[in-house]
Write a protein that binds this ligand. Structure first.
Ligand SMILES: C[S@@+](CC[C@H](N)C(=O)[O-])C[C@H]1O[C@@H](n2cnc3c(N)ncnc32)[C@H](O)[C@@H]1O
Length: 244
């Protein structure tokens, strides 16, 4: 039975992104639930570096992510996947030592991350503690040294899929796009459109590009393709704004 579950935001690729509160939580946890290696070995390596740097001595308990059932419709597929992950956590933690269990969450647990939704499926429901982390958005704006919003302007955060399906959201001023494997910025009317793009943000492999979409779109798409091939995976985020 898990009484306390701590979700520790670890930032997006640098051990330096973990806050002092995060380090303390990792030190105080009795067990750490860690996904077993997948195709993204660099990420598994980073997680271990973070635990080492934090001086965490807790027992590491591995679990495997299930495979999504592609035959189900999207919502049902995600729900079934979350159910199965919760089930696996519970099974993996059967013999865990008493005390808080920590989970390392990429970026910040509030942003395009389902760890909290999965945690709510545990029975009995543990007390949840969330330790915030640096998001990919913060890593992007810091890397480019730009403000996130214009003066008094709104910010819209969306996904590549939504940008493709719905186009530029009505009333958007600054648009941040995540989870886009298809460079959907290329579908937009390029007039006055500027992009600030970043991949592997925060890590030693960070790549940045910026400029007018019509000038840099091809370069970004090619750079992205090549980097993805070299690493076997890629995570990228971009910010769009129409400049007059
Ligand atoms: C499932 S979401 C997780 C977001 C995370 N919780 C956060 O706070 O940034 C994954 C998406 O975050 C973005 N992302 C995460 N890490 C990144 C990185 N190091 N560089 C660029 N984008 C990143 C990408 O858009 C990626 O598709």
């Amino acid at each position: 039975m898990i009484r306390d579950l701590w979700l520790v935001g670890i930032g997006t690729g640098s051990p330096g992104h973990v806050t002092l509160e995060g380090v303390q939580a990792l030190r105080e946890a009795a067990a750490i639930l860690l996904p077993r290696k997948s195709g993204k070995d660099d990420l598994a390596h980073l997680r271990h570096r973070i635990l080492e740097a934090a001086g965490a001595t807790a027992r590491v308990i591995p679990f495997d992510y299930p495979v999504r059932d592609e035959s189900l419709p999207y919502q049902a597929r995600v729900a079934a996947w979350h159910d199965e992950i919760a089930h696996r956590w519970q099974a993996a933690l059967r013999d865990a030592p008493d005390g808080p269990v920590a989970l390392l969450v990429w970026g910040d647990p509030s942003l395009y991350d389902s760890t909290m939704r999965i945690a709510k499926r545990l029975d009995p429901r543990p007390r949840l503690r969330v330790v915030p982390g640096i998001t990919a958005i913060q890593a992007l704006t810091a890397a480019h040294a730009i403000p996130l919003n214009t003066v008094n302007g709104p910010v819209t955060i969306t996904t590549g899929r939504r940008l493709h399906d719905g186009g530029w959201p009505a009333g958007a001023d600054t648009l941040v796009v995540m989870l886009d494997a298809e460079c959907r910025f290329s579908d937009l009317e390029p007039e006055g459109l500027h992009i600030w793009w970043g991949a592997y943000l925060g890590s030693e492999d960070q790549i940045l590009r910026s400029g007018r979409v019509e000038d840099v779109a091809e370069d970004i798409a090619g750079t992205r393709r090549a980097a993805r091939e070299r690493h076997g995976w890629i995570m990228d985020t971009y910010l769009l704004r129409r400049l007059r």
